[in-house]
Design a protein around this ligand. Structure first.
Ligand code: SAH
Ligand code: SF4
Length: 372
């Protein structure tokens, strides 16, 4: 689904594309770096702040580009760890970007991490039955500029928290592409955005600290394996047999485990880094010890890390997380086989932590306001 904004976003331009447009307008090439430097390093939020640019150039830039295609409408901070930014786009669509600041406690290991979670689409077409993001289907893909803008908003938020020092995006440990949407269904825009995020003239964030999470689009996984920037991969498995997986993830019909697992293997062999298998634990759906055994076998075959995530309840959906005992028993099957596994402990539950829920609620409130 293509969306063409009135004006292209500056945050969607690469150094090359901006240089070319400036050249066509009769400007010297060095202006492109100056402009991107204002945007990403000095954090200018208005054209008039770019004081070393001639006034006529600033006027032309303002007429030609949207400086930032997203504005902050709500910042919800949870007591524990998460900071959720609800952003509004040019067409009033809402997306969310989450900052997770607390230590992520694994089993036996304690990592202190700062992670950013970004969205790639408004809604999602994949239709996983447990997920809030997919409830209303896909509205549209995000543009590259809208994806990059989420990270600039994170920078602004950090700058506010540390007023004296401008926070570098590189001070974060990871960016995970696990917000709303199926990243690999918006492949070209996403790769363009991540190229800008990675570039030294952009946000300067290492590709190896960026994880893409997919519900399992096999041809795109194979394509991703050939990208020059080595992003990490996480696969949302959530079912360790076709029988269980296809009940909750329609994508499994097109790409069953017999296709998905070899594609993930090909990716991980090319990439040389461990892939993560995400497995949400949903009571009486996929939490049996038989599923644990099947998951163990897949993880061993792939030399993959397994991330067990207790299901986060979504209003209006019937699914529940299993009891702690049951979660532990499930994890024990993997641990016993020395599979690398983390059982995620819930963070930010109090502020609608599951993907898509903050946006869903705001959309519902808006609809109610219009109806009333
Ligand atoms: N579309 C991609 C990335 C976004 S979803 C994907 O599916 O991988 C990010 C992760 O959140 C996925 O593993 C997804 O299955 C999981 N998720 C979705 N709804 C959830 C819920 N209610 N509780 C816990 N995890 C959920
Ligand atoms: Fe889309 Fe991922 Fe949600 Fe499935 S889990 S509906 S792929 S966002």
């Amino acid at each position: 689904m293509k969306f063409t904004p009135e004006k292209p976003a500056l945050t969607g331009e690469t150094l090359a594309s901006l240089t070319e447009q400036l050249r066509a307008h009769g400007e010297p090439a060095f202006r492109a770096r100056q402009i991107l430097d204002w945007l990403y390093k000095k954090r200018a939020r208005a054209w008039d702040q770019m004081t070393n640019l001639p006034k006529p150039l600033r006027t032309w830039l303002a007429e030609t580009f949207d400086l930032l295609p997203a504005s902050l409408v709500l910042n919800k901070q949870s007591e524990d760890v998460t900071d959720k930014l609800l952003l509004e786009l040019g067409d009033r669509s809402l997306i969310e970007t989450v900052i997770i600041r607390a230590p992520q406690e694994g089993v036996g290991v304690d990592h202190s991490r700062k992670t950013i979670c970004i969205s790639t689409q408004v809604g999602c077409a994949m239709g996983c039955v447990f997920c809030a993001s997919g409830l209303a289907g896909l509205k549209r893909d995000l543009t590259a500029g809208e994806i990059v803008a989420q990270l600039l908003h994170v920078c602004y938020r950090e700058d506010e928290r540390t007023p004296r020092a401008r926070a570098e995006l590189a001070s974060f440990d990871n960016i995970v592409v696990m917000g709303m949407g199926e990243p690999l269904a918006n492949y070209d825009n996403l790769i363009r955005a991540l190229t800008i995020v990675n570039a030294e003239w952009g946000l300067g964030f290492g590709a190896r600290r960026i994880t893409l999470s997919t519900s399992g689009l096999v041809p795109k996984i194979l394509r991703l394996a050939d990208e020059p920037l080595g992003f990490r991969l996480a696969v949302s498995l959530h079912g360790a047999t076709d029988e269980v997986r296809e009940k909750i993830m329609p994508v499994n019909k097109a790409f069953p485990l017999g296709k998905l697992v070899p594609a993930v293997k090909a990716f991980s062999e090319k990439h040389g880094r461990m892939v993560t298998l995400e497995f949400i634990l949903i009571e009486d759906v996929n939490d049996s010890l038989t599923q644990a055994g099947a998951l163990r076998d897949i993880a061993r075959d792939l030399h993959a890390h397994v991330n067990l995530i207790p299901y986060n309840t979504v209003a209006g959906l019937p699914w529940k997380r299993p009891s702690l005992t049951r979660q532990e028993k499930f994890a024990d099957v993997l641990r016993a086989a020395r599979v690398s596994v983390t059982l995620r402990r819930e963070k930010g539950h109090d502020i609608d932590a599951a993907c898509g829920q903050l946006r869903l609620r705001t959309e519902q409130e808006r609809a109610a306001a219009v109806a009333g």
